[in-house]
Design a protein around this ligand. Sequence first.
Ligand SMILES: [Zn+2]
Length: 269
Amino acid sequence: MDDIPPCKRQREQEIEKNERPRRNRVPVLRKSHSLHDLVPLIAASSSMPMVIVDAEAMMIMSLHSHLCSDEVIGWMAGIIDPNCIHIQKAFPVKALAHENGRINVEMDVENALTVRTEIEEIGLKIVGWYHSHPTFEVTPSLMDIDNQINYQNISTEYFLGGIISPYMSTHKLEGLFTIFHVKKNQEEHKRNGYHPAYSIKFNVKSSEISQKCVDFAVALVNDYKGHKKFVLPSKKWKKGLTIIQKISKALEYFGLTTEQISQIYNVLI
Ligand SMILES: [Zn+2]
């Protein structure tokens, strides 16, 4: 694999793009494509129903992504009606182990199926997948676009892709989050080498975080404590914060009470 971090690669592409003559833009880009390249998202598609994400689902995705310096992955579950895609819960899935900390995370197939059954048992359906870009932009890589197309192909209803970047922004301590969808377009594919991805507008529905959700979060932290890439909670991050302080701020953002935060804090240390 290519060892250049994707954010650096994208910056280099930006520089290249700006410096090279316009007429060369397409051929040079096409030659340089690798599955790890990030592609810009196109502004929200109007053909999509409204998307609502419950605070509990956002909180679990945020916490999950904060726990691991490698990419993490999971399902987004909820309900779909003609006017709304409602993401109610997030379900982490075990990632396949990769050597060299490579990017482009994949689900462990067996665990993905087990978790799918748990989702169906509580009367929800899978409405998308999410994964993290630990320290880089929340735009999909070419591999993410391929994966998204595959999911969309096997789905009879809408299927969304979520990307969360926990450690890139020093302003949004809960992490950056985007939802995207791919529209197959052969013309665009011929021109750019990939099908275009659209960012989807969404609203986060704030509500009290239930104790059941906090218990789920505590179990998730316990699961990750044995992970090879578990973050070091006492390590300095940025803005004078340690990782554990940063995670606490993220939890505060989602409306957890002091008592709920300390339950999670106590298993993190
Ligand atoms: Zn990705």
